[in-house]
Design a protein around this ligand. Structure first.
Ligand code: PMP
Length: 404
C-alpha cells in the first residue's frame, strides 16, 4: 500500500499555493516534481564536490567522477542493461533520439524504410524526417484507431526486408496508451530491423527490463521521473554503439587527437563530448533510488486507481469526451468539453490552482487524427490524491458553466 500522505511531504513544491489555492499539480507528463531527497543531492554536489570529471587528479574531481560513474551503474542496474558502457548520459530523450538519427545517416540509403507510429511526440518524428531528407530513405507510419491504439495488422504489412529501423514510444504522452512494444520488437527483428523505444513517458510508471525486451535502443529523460531537467539516458546494445559514428566531436570523446587524424574514446565516452551535466547525472541516480524506494509495483497500482477514479468522475460531466480509451493505458487523461476551447478551460483551472496542460502536447498528428486543435490533459503521479481529482472535477464543472 502506497503511503501517499507521507510521500507528499517529500515534495516541498506540493506545499505551495497558486492564486491563493493549494497547488494541484496534474502536469506530470510534462515534468514530474522533485523530492527533497533529490534536491539534497543537488545541493550537496554544488556545496561539496563540484568539479570537472574524468581528467582531474585532484580530490574533488575524483569524488565527482566517482559519483557520476556510480550513477551510471544505478541506471544500468535499474534498466537491466548488460554493460554500464551501454548507458550513454544525454541531456534528455530528444538528445538521445537525435544521436541515433545522426548515426543512421551513415547507414541508410535510398530504398530503405524506417517506421514511426501515429502516436509519437514531435521529438520522435522530426529527427527522422530530417534523416530521410539527408539519406533518401522513406518514412512509413503505423496508423492508430479511435481508441488511440496502434493497429498491429498494418504494422505487420509495413515491415519488409527494406525496413531498417522502427521507433515508437513505450507510452503516448498525449493519450497515455501503452504500446505493444514486445510485439513490435519481435516482429522488427524477424526482418532484421533495429528498434528504438522512446521511454520518456514509461519510466515514471514502469521499470523496463532492457535485456528481456531485447530492444536495440531505449531513451528517456530524468525530469519525468523525479530527477532534474537537462539529463537523460540513451541505452544502446554494445554492438550498435560500436558500429555507429560519434554524434558530437569535442573533449572527452577522443582517444588521441592530431591534425592528421583523431581516434575516438571507448564507450560510453565516444558519445559524451564536452563537460556533461555532472550534477544532473548524480541527481538522476538519486531519483532512481527514490522511485525504487517507493516501488514501481506500488506506483503502478496506485496510479491505476487514480486513473480509474478520475475517468469515472470526469465522464459524469455531460459533454466531456476523453481521447485515448484503450484498456492499456497509464495515468493520463486527455479530454475536451463540447464546443469549448481547451485553452480557455486550462486558464480557468489555473485560477483555481490546478495545473493541467492544454494544446497539442507536441503530438500534432494525433490532434489531426481526431480533428481537434488540442485537448486538456491531466496526468497523475504517485503523489497525487483522489481529493485533488475531486478538486479538478469541480473545477471543470465550474469552467463549463462559465464558458457555456
Ligand atoms: N517523447 C515523449 C513521449 C515525451 O513525452 C517527451 C517529453 N514531453 C519527449 C519525447 C521529449 O523529452 P525531452 O523534452 O525531455 O527531451
Amino acid at each position: 500500500m502506497l503511503d501517499y500522505k507521507n510521500i507528499r511531504n517529500d515534495f516541498p513544491i506540493l506545499q505551495r499555493e497558486v492564486n491563493g489555492k493549494p497547488l494541484v499539480y496534474f502536469d506530470n507528463a510534462a515534468t514530474s516534481q522533485t523530492p527533497q531527497q533529490v534536491i539534497d543531492v543537488i545541493v550537496d554536489y554544488y556545496s561539496n564536490y563540484n568539479a570537472n570529471i574524468h581528467r582531474g587528479v585532484h580530490r574533488l574531481s575524483q569524488e565527482a567522477t566517482d559519483k557520476y560513474e556510480e550513477a551510471r551503474l544505478k541506471v544500468q542496474a535499474h534498466f537491466n542493461a548488460k554493460f554500464s558502457h551501454e548507458i550513454i548520459f544525454t541531456s534528455g530523450t530528444t538528445h538521445g533520439i537525435n544521436l541515433i538519427a545522426n548515426g543512421f545517416s551513415s547507414i541508410l540509403k535510398k530504398g530503405d524504410d524506417i517506421i514511426v507510429s501515429a502516436l509519437e511526440h514531435h521529438s520522435n518524428i522530426v529527427p527522422w524526417q530530417m534523416l530521410c531528407e539527408r539519406t533518401g530513405a522513406s518514412l512509413k507510419v503505423i496508423p492508430m484507431n479511435k481508441e488511440g491504439e496502434l493497429i498491429m495488422y498494418d504494422y505487420d504489412n509495413l515491415l519488409s526486408t527494406n525496413t531498417k529501423l522502427i521507433f515508437v514510444n513505450h507510452i503516448s504522452n498525449a493519450l497515455g496508451t501503452i504500446n505493444p512494444i514486445e510485439y513490435i520488437i519481435e516482429k522488427a527483428h524477424q526482418v532484421g530491423a533495429a528498434v528504438l523505444i522512446d521511454g520518456a513517458q514509461s519510466c515514471p510508471h514502469i521499470k523496463p527490463d532492457l535485456q528481456a525486451l531485447d530492444v536495440d535502443f531505449y531513451v528517456t529523460s530524468a525530469h519525468k521521473m523525479c530527477g532534474p531537467t537537462g539529463q537523460g539516458m540513451l541505452y544502446g546494445k554494445e554492438a550498435w554503439l560500436k558500429k555507429l559514428p560519434p554524434y558530437q566531436g569535442g573533449g572527452e570523446m577522443i582517444a588521441e587527437v592530431t591534425f592528421k587524424k583523431t581516434t575516438y574514446a571507448d564507450l560510453p565516452h565516444k558519445f559524451e563530448a564536452g563537460t556533461p551535466n555532472i550534477c544532473g547525472g548524480v541527481a538522476f541516480g538519486a531519483a532512481i533510488d527514490y522511485m525504487n524506494s517507493i516501488g514501481f509495483e506500488n506506483i503502478a497500482k496506485y496510479e491505476n486507481e487514480l486513473l480509474e477514479y478520475a475517468t469515472q468522475k470526469l465522464l459524469e460531466i455531460e459533454g466531456l469526451r476523453i481521447y485515448g480509451t484503450s484498456k492499456h493505458k497509464t495515468s493520463v487523461i486527455s479530454f475536451n468539453l463540447d464546443g469549448i476551447h481547451p485553452y480557455d478551460v486550462g486558464t480557468i483551472l489555473d485560477k483555481m490552482g490546478i495545473a493541467v496542460r492544454t494544446g497539442h502536447h507536441c503530438a500534432q498528428p494525433i490532434m489531426d487524427f481526431y480533428g481537434i486543435p488540442g485537448t486538456i490533459r491531466a496526468s497523475f503521479a504517485f503523489y497525487n490524491t483522489k481529493d485533488e481529482i475531486d478538486t479538478l472535477v469541480t473545477g471543470v464543472k465550474k469552467a463549463k458553466m462559465m464558458l457555456m
